[in-house]
Design a protein around this ligand. Structure first.
Ligand code: F6R
Length: 608
């Protein structure tokens, strides 16, 4: 959702900014640009529309010297992707240059006021108002001027700004959009997230909402919006740079699918002892845990699907009612939350604007809210009452794969934890759950081993214009997730349905051009799913089924079958999602698409 990066120091800003943007490109790739300032120079700005490689072409052969600069990769919100709408945006005098991530909600009013004052707008963006507003309020002191305009801006922002009047200063501010500061020897960085600067430093400071930072090569100051200077809290990041490389795979998405056995093991590591779950980050007291009678889960997209699987697991195992809500709905529906309810926010990035707003909404009710989060130090993890980290490592592919599997594992761990603390699960059941969890890395490995077979069977989608995914109970949300993955990266329209619902309408879609992908692995509802497949077969639909190894019946009623290792239905979502990830991946590859950067999408959705 737009990526910003900034640098001040002795290295070449052109190199640092470009490298940073290449790590941030997954956040948006509609256009990109950089501004660089030298000690005795003017601000020089270069932009290009489309993917970052186009900016490289623009920069080829251009001698850009300087020691300070800002860069931006855009995911368009206001104004189409074009050179004029790409960032950085500069003041008319070219004294100020600014990059922004977020949305300025009152930009239309501000624009009108500025136009009345004689400002000329060159773009259709909400961002351009910030730079003109800054110019209109400029006192000659950049920090002071930024402080003057921030209270006027409504909405969300992370900004980086430079001024030719103060060529030794980079100013950054955030509210609602993430921003991290990197610390090096006699140099500073800013970035939307850590991977952008990890090549140069792993020492970072996560800015809080409302923070304003002034960065010089050898000095850093941070204030809150009331101009109180804050002490800086440095964090050392453990992720290594290798995580940001493709490691021989054609796409990050494929690499991340292959990382899943390790991700499961990592997420389990340290969290299981005997038949107990240990969640050190859980800050709820014994009494608070005992009092929980209802759980709410709030998330978006793939994380929402993980929440739906979590509901099925928790309700089956613990008989505690769980309500799952899409975060963008939750915040506006005046949710009914009692003080004794537990609210769980699920998010890979920990920065999704709607999920973050859901957390703040939940906290207003006085209920405890915990996060299941992948990115350490992210805003949700810092604001929640506790966080279960998913340890999937850096996820770069825009389509979430390994982070989803890690979320499922965290939900099993949470189930085990609550089951023990609330005396719901006896020793025997807990032993059973732990035994199965430990088997999962190996079982997912077995699915990775049949990648070639899955790739071949993905051919049922070759002439598809649309597709249906069905599943039941534990696997309903896996059908939704399979459909979302396919839509996202192959652009083949796909719908996920509960198997039993197909006959109530969606079956009308089934045709030569709309195959069915059915999750028909062994489960309590296996026979019912088989009947649902028969219904489609009777209408000459093409069928690709996921079935349990040894199931001969399914091959008689399906065109293609992908056989998966046998596991208790409770854990089957972890196994069943993997072939669906491969199907989406190979469907996209077969259509010649860029899997890691699907059109219109961005990795971290930090706007509403
Ligand atoms: C789909 C996908 C998105 C995210 C959603 C929430 O592959 O990645 O649907 O799951 O935008 O993002 P997080 O989990 O970062 O809150």
């Amino acid at each position: 959702m737009c990526g910003i990066v900034g640098y001040i120091g002795e290295k070449s800003p052109k190199e640092v900014l470009y490298s940073g943007l290449s790590k941030l490109e997954y956040r948006g790739y509609d256009s990109a640009g950089i501004s660089i300032l030298g000690k005795e120079q003017e601000i020089q700005t270069y932009k290009s529309v489309g993917k970052l490689a186009n900016l490289r072409e623009v920069l080829k052969g251009v001698e850009v010297s300087g020691h300070i600069g800002i860069g931006h990769t855009r995911w368009a919100t206001h104004g189409v992707p074009s050179t004029k709408n790409s960032h950085p945006h500069n003041s008319k005098s070219n004294k100020l240059s600014l990059v922004h991530n977020g949305i300025i909600e009152n930009y239309a009013e501000l624009r009108e006021e500025l136009v009345n004052k004689g400002y000329e707008f060159l773009s259709d963006t909400d961002t351009e108002v910030i730079v003109h507003l800054l110019d209109a309020n400029f006192t000659g002191n950049l920090v002071e001027s930024v402080f003057k305009i921030l209270p006027i801006l409504e909405g969300a922002y992370a900004i980086g700004v430079i001024s030719s009047d103060e060529p030794d200063l980079l100013v950054a501010a955030r509210k609602g959009s993430p921003l991290v500061i990197g610390l090096g020897e006699n140099e500073k960085y800013i970035a939307s997230d850590v991977p952008a600067i990890l090549e140069y430093t792993n020492r970072v400071i996560f800015l809080e909402d409302g923070d304003v930072a002034s960065l010089k090569q050898d000095e850093i100051k941070i204030w809150d919006l009331e101009k109180n200077e804050k002490s800086t809290e440095e964090t050392e990041i453990e992720w290594d740079l290798e995580a940001a490389e493709k490691g021989g795979y054609e796409y990050f998405t494929l690499k991340e699918i292959h990382e899943q056995p390790r991700v499961i093991a990592e997420t389990l590591k340290g969290k299981i002892k005997g038949n107990s779950a240990i969640i050190e980050e859980m800050t709820l007291t014994k009494e608070e845990l005992e009092n929980i009678t209802k759980i709410h889960m709030v998330a978006c997209g793939t994380s929402y699907h993980a929440a739906l699987v979590g509901k099925a697991i928790i309700e089956q195992e613990l008989r505690i009612p769980v309500e799952v809500e899409v975060a963008s709905e939750f915040r506006y529906k005046n949710p009914i939350i009692n003080k004794t309810d537990l609210v769980i926010l699920i998010s890979q990035s920990g920065e999704t604007a709607d999920t973050l707003a859901g957390l703040r909404e939940a906290k207003k009710s006085g209920a405890k809210a915990i996060g299941i989060i992948n990115v350490m130090g992210s805003t949700i993890s810092r604001e929640a009452d506790g966080t279960i980290y998913t340890n999937a490592g850096l996820e770069i592919g825009v389509a979430s794969t390994k982070a989803f599997i890690a979320q499922l594992i965290a939900l099993y761990i949470l189930t085990l934890y609550l089951g023990e603390k609330k005396n719901i699960l006896d020793d025997k059941r807990r032993n059973y759950i732990v035994e199965n969890l430990k088997k999962l890395p190996n079982m997912v490995e077995k699915v990775l081993d049949i990648e070639e077979d899955i790739k071949l069977k993905t051919r049922v989608l070759d002439s598809a214009r649309s597709s249906m995914f069905i599943g039941r109970n534990m696997n309903t949300a896996i059908a939704y997730e399979g459909a979302l993955k396919l839509k996202e990266i192959s652009y083949i329209h796909a719908e996920g349905y509960q198997s039993g619902e197909l006959k109530h309408g969606p079956i009308a879609m089934i045709s030569e051009e709309c195959p069915l992908i059915a999750i028909a692995t062994k489960s309590d509802t296996y026979e019912k799913v088989k009947s649902n497949i028969e219904e489609v077969r009777a209408r000459s639909g093409k069928i690709l089924a996921l079935a349990t190894l040894g199931d001969e019946e399914i091959s008689k009623i399906s065109d293609e079958v992908i056989y998966l290792p046998e596991i208790d239905e409770l854990f089957s979502p972890v196994i069943n999602v993997v072939p669906l990830q491969f199907i989406a991946y190979y469907a996209a590859i077969n259509r010649g698409l860029d899997v890691d950067k699907p059109r219109n999408l961005a990795k971290s959705v930090t706007v509403e």
